[in-house]
Design a protein around this ligand. Structure first.
Ligand code: ADP
Length: 236
């Protein structure tokens, strides 16, 4: 059993390293492509007919998407580095900061946000913030056009864990997808329907696991979703 754990840890380390190197090194050729695409657009666009311009546009969109995916992968591989940075986090303050970041989106969509008094926890600050940010922006994004998004955040506790929930009144998620949405790059909609890379919930899962907790969703299509997660109270 002990040997298996060591082997598993080694494989895991290799895999993390691979993801980091691959996503890091892939950025270089992508940067070159982006630069040359910009030159083509700026200096040569007059030489293209309509079909040529359309094709450049398609390549540009694919290039932007590739940049987003690779950045997501790189961020994923970096999560949890520097575990020594465990800090006291006042979740009320953290949510207030996130709301400031999201101000223009909130105003644009008239989003209603409610949160009860939340605890001060011990955790990784940047990661915890990303976790709440992802769940809140998903709640706003996956809402039916024309409906006012409503987000509610609350928490409970038992002797070992804090438990949080982030609820929305959005489009909901069918039962059969409720587990696999946490896998990397899994999406239930096309990018033209709802923008995104499919990496947000994978980030959330990894962050929760770094805090020795778990994450799951309860939802009914058409009746919103509630994402629950736990965070261990005493982590080192
Ligand atoms: P992204 O938001 O970039 O698509 P995520 O990993 O955050 O990627 O989410 C994966 C998929 O799970 C989304 O594409 C969407 O189909 C579904 N999903 C996530 N959050 C919600 C939500 N609050 N309501 C409905 N569907 C959701």
């Amino acid at each position: 059993m002990f040997k298996k754990n060591i082997e598993l840890e080694a494989v895991n380390k290799d895999l993390k390293h691979f993801v980091y190197i691959a996503s890091h090194d892939l950025q270089e050729p992508l940067r070159t492509m982006t630069n040359y695409l910009n030159i083509l657009e700026e200096d040569y666009s007059e030489s293209f007919d309509d079909e040529g311009k359309r094709l450049i546009n398609v390549i540009n969109r694919a290039n932007t998407r590739m940049i987003d995916l690779i950045k997501g992968l790189l961020d994923y591989s970096r999560l949890g580095r520097g575990k020594e940075k465990l800090a006291e986090i006042d979740c009320n303050e953290m949510i207030a900061e996130i709301l400031l970041d999201l101000e223009s989106l909130i105003n644009e969509k008239n989003v209603q946000i409610k949160y009860a008094k939340l605890p001060t926890i011990k955790g990784l600050k940047v990661e915890m913030r990303l976790l709440f940010h992802n769940l809140m922006t998903n709640g706003i994004k996956f809402c039916k056009e024309g409906k006012i998004p409503k987000i509610e955040i609350a928490s409970t506790e038992d002797s070992d864990f804090w438990q949080f929930k982030v609820s929305d009144n959005g489009i909901g998620i069918e039962k059969k997808h409720q587990k696999n949405i946490f896998a990397i790059f899994n999406r239930l909609h096309s990018a033209s329907e709802y923008q995104g890379t499919g990496i947000g919930l994978a980030h959330c899962q990894k962050i929760v696991e770094l805090h020795h907790g778990r994450i799951w969703v309860e939802s009914q299509p058409g009746h919103g979703s509630t994402f629950h997660f736990t965070i261990k109270k005493s982590i080192e």
